[in-house]
Design a protein around this ligand. Structure first.
Ligand code: FES
Ligand SMILES: [Fe+2]
Length: 382
């Protein structure tokens, strides 16, 4: 059993390395077990999701002191709170007493977090405030007891965590991407909608799908194709940390707005589609931002925390409601394809296939290179 696991992982790591040595003309997909192997998913959790900067959500989910939401990443329970000091904290949501989960609600507002097991109570920044009946316990000092505060960064209103604590600071690695996004003023956009979902597909299938424009004409003939057709997709050069393409609007599509006054005409006419590796996929359109924070929930399931922000502030504005409905419609179209894709990937008759030209699937090639740099056979994973 162990040998089989080892060889499956080794084969995939070897294949990732081989892929990196191919020329762009030879670009192809990975073997299907890349998307179906439980063992490979465990490797990704350990060496990708625990080591990299992972986006957990949007600051607009916790606008006020005491606001919080909870989530899970690579088996860790996390509590994301807005402290009384107004700072964002990403805390381990595991009680320092006997290890129960502290906060069990998915979101809300609290003056303090109370573990329901023996009522140890923590401040909004994770510091222990009270521990009932513990005064005479000799090996206990409440001052040195707190929920671990994990390394986090807020970039463009998005909250990132680095569980391993050893990743290089994120923001400096995104400078070129910042240049592409500058005039869109994502930080001035208000969170208008957010939700969670689980789809029956590997996290990489959804990451790749979001990042390629090739499928738009076939998967979204009535929703996205009339707006941002496949034929107008334009890849931009990516970097170590991210990949992107521009999705241009059809000239016949009605004008959109409101735009930020800094935006050039060209910027008004396209959406910047990007992936901050491994799995934070975003569409920054002229007027709205759609983002999906993706985490594996097993080999064949992806946990999605997603949302929409924009310059408007009323989530019930009819135009906003229309946009949210449009996003739900094309997400539904993607979900259908990605869940049948996952079934197809269990086949022993499929090996791998060619990738379309750069403007259409070059971002997948970038992503596979990232996976190779991170998990390839030549990497020492310790
Ligand atoms: S486990 Fe939390 S108070 Fe005991
Ligand atoms: Fe799609």
């Amino acid at each position: 059993m162990f040998d089989r696991q080892a060889s499956e992982i080794d084969k995939l790591r070897q294949e990732l390395s081989e892929l990196q040595s191919l020329s762009r003309d030879q670009a192809r997909t990975m073997s299907p077990s890349f998307y179906t192997s439980d063992d490979f998913t465990a490797l990704e959790n350990e060496h990708v999701f625990r080591k990299e900067w992972i986006c957990l959500g949007h600051v607009g989910e916790i606008p006020n002191p005491g606001d919080f939401f909870t989530t899970e990443l690579a088996g860790e329970q996390l509590l994301i709170s807005r402290g009384k000091d107004d700072a964002v904290h990403v805390l381990s949501n595991v009680c320092r007493h006997r290890g129960n989960m502290v906060e069990t609600a998915s979101s809300g507002n609290r003056r303090s977090f109370v573990c329901q097991y023996h009522a140890w109570t923590y401040d909004t920044d994770g510091q222990l405030k009270t521990a009932p009946l513990m005064k005479t316990a000799k090996n206990f000092d409440s001052k040195t007891c707190r929920l671990p505060n994990l390394p986090s960064e807020v970039w463009n209103n998005f909250i990132f965590v680095n569980l391993g604590g050893e990743a290089e600071p994120l923001a400096p690695q995104l400078k070129t991407l910042d240049g592409l996004l500058k005039n869109y003023h994502n930080d001035e956009r208000n969170l208008l909608f957010n939700d969670e979902a689980v789809w029956n597909t590997n996290w990489k299938n959804l990451t790749e799908n979001f990042m390629e424009g090739y499928h738009i004409f076939a998967t979204h003939p009535k929703t996205l194709q009339p707006m941002t057709p496949t034929q107008l997709c334009k890849k931009v050069p990516g970097e170590e940390r991210w990949s992107a393409y521009l999705s241009y609007y059809d000239a016949a599509y009605p004008p959109r707005g409101p735009f930020h006054e800094d935006m050039t005409e060209d910027e008004q006419n396209h959406t910047v589609m990007f992936n901050i590796f491994p799995s934070f996929v975003v569409a920054v359109a002229a007027n709205y931002t759609l983002y999906l924070c993706l985490r594996p929930a097993g080999a064949d399931k992806v946990a999605i925390r997603w949302g929409i922000s924009g310059f408007k502030s009323d989530p019930n504005d009819p135009e906003v409601v229309d946009y949210i409905d449009l996003c739900k419609a094309f997400n539904g179209e993607d979900r259908e394809k990605l869940e049948t894709l996952q079934k197809g990937q269990n086949s022993r008759f499929y090996h791998h296939g060619p990738l379309a030209p750069d403007d259409l699937e070059g971002t997948i090639w970038d992503f596979l290179h990232y996976m190779g740099r991170t998990l390839g056979a030549d990497r020492d994973l310790g």
